[in-house]
Design a protein around this ligand. Structure first.
Ligand code: OVV
Length: 413
């Protein structure tokens, strides 16, 4: 229960009127050890209490579904405008100008959100669907001809890169900056560890590329980018805001789906019974992708900042505190999910927080699902077996969960 009006204790570990102190947990969720296997720590975080304190980074955290969902759905108390990473924009200068949608609160957020919602609407999905489906089929045909491929580089990265930049309307030149730029963005949400610091140090060329490509004259007519700039003419946003909203597409639109598709292929390669069910019924592709998002949670965490003293599960938390939300732990909370550690392509996945929840819930979720459905349906129809044939290597990022390499061999149906 989260009660914004409740009395709070004066100090972190002091019990408000008999409530037990907030448990202090000694885990670093931004360490390679954690990235390798987060699940025992996720369980410990959930079991410790509805809210915990991470001494390593001096932040509060929620890992149970109920509290993660509640924080996501109370944006007035848990704001985004002070940043959704560990860094508090009220205290530290952001590494780049804040996003006009991700790092904004109502009413400013409402206007920019409406623009991106319209640009990425169901009607627009209808227009791009055939292109995305055809590209997925071409990709699978080519991978089948090779047989042995890397599911990360050759599929999870290659497919989004073959459809999304074109849908945005980007020029061909310089697209190799897109994944490195997103890598910086998602590392930068984390604490000032080596991953974050190194990423930001090397970010300049990627930032320069993105800034230039967000300009109206570099965006092809008919694409998402041009559609955003067209909202200037309609009076919805200013000329200065349009490139910043294109930047959001380039920040959040590729590496997320790369890791979502990677998660889905990794699931289907590890759970042959589920793969068999998908093959026998390719219309399950969309839910199989959604379940992979729940199961792996490619976006593992986001932070919020408290705007007032608040009660979380009977514990007082003061104004101006960072709260870390463990989306991946919420998505496997046994309090919410039956058999949470099972990948089940017919599970009722609705309510998972892999795309977030509430007013900030992924504005590009229809594009992500289109890519996921197109790719899994093409696999289901064309491929007989997916076998892991080499060492599985994890990729380390402060926010994104996924693989560096997944060697597979595909056999045609
Ligand atoms: C959801 C998300 C992730 C990263 C960047 C952005 C959004 C953005 O708006 O820039």
């Amino acid at each position: 229960m989260i009660r914004p009006d409740a009395e709070v204790s004066g100090r972190l570990t002091e019990a408000p009127s008999g409530a037990p102190p907030i448990p202090r947990v000694d885990v670093d969720p931004f360490s390679n050890e954690f990235f390798e296997n987060p699940y025992p720590a996720h369980e410990a975080l959930r079991e410790a209490g509805p809210v915990v304190h991470l001494d390593k980074w001096n932040v509060y955290a929620v890992a149970r579904y109920a509290e993660v969902h509640a924080v996501l759905n109370d944006p007035l108390t848990f704001c985004s405008s002070r940043g959704v990473g560990l860094s508090d924009f009220a205290k530290e200068k952001p590494w780049r100008p804040p996003s006009l949608i991700l790092e904004a609160d109502p009413p400013a957020h409402t206007r920019t959100r409406a623009v991106l919602s319209r640009v990425l609407s169901p009607a627009v999905m209808k227009q791009i669907r055939d292109r995305f489906v055809d590209a997925a089929e071409v990709k699978i045909d080519r991978l089948l001809a090779k047989g042995s491929v890397d599911a990360v580089a050759d599929l999870a990265e290659a497919y989004p890169l073959s459809v999304f930049p074109d849908a945005v309307g980007l020029r061909q030149e310089g697209r190799d900056h897109l994944l490195p730029y997103a890598g910086v963005v998602f590392n930068a949400f984390g604490p000032p560890n080596e991953l974050r610091q190194t990423a930001i140090e090397r970010s300049q060329p990627h930032q320069a590329y993105v800034q230039e490509q967000c300009q109206r004259h570099n965006l092809a007519p008919g694409g998402f980018g041009a559609c955003i700039h067209a909202r200037v003419d309609a009076g919805d946003i200013t000329e200065a805001e349009a490139p910043m909203l294109v930047r959001s597409l380039l920040s959040a639109g590729i590496d997320t789906t790369v890791n979502g598709l990677g998660a889905a292929i990794y699931c289907l390669a590890r759970f042959p019974e589920e793969w068999a069910r998908l093959r026998s019924n390719p219309t399950l592709a969309r839910n199989a992708f959604e379940e992979a998002i729940r199961f792996e949670s490619p976006v593992q965490t986001f932070f919020r900042t408290t705007t007032k003293d608040v009660d979380i599960g009977g514990h007082g938390v003061r104004e101006g505190e960072k709260i870390l939300m463990f989306l991946g732990a919420a998505n496997r909370d046994p309090r919410r999910w039956a058999d949470p550690d099972r990948y089940d392509i017919t599970r009722k996945t609705s309510g998972h927080v892999g795309f977030g929840s509430g007013i900030h819930m992924c504005v590009g979720q229809l594009v992500a699902r289109l890519e996921g459905e197109a790719m899994l349906a093409a696999l289901a129809r064309k491929v007989a077996t997916i076998e892991i044939t080499g060492p599985v290597k994890r990729r380390y990022n402060n926010t994104l969960r996924g693989l560096e390499s997944l060697p597979i061999t595909l056999k045609a149906a």
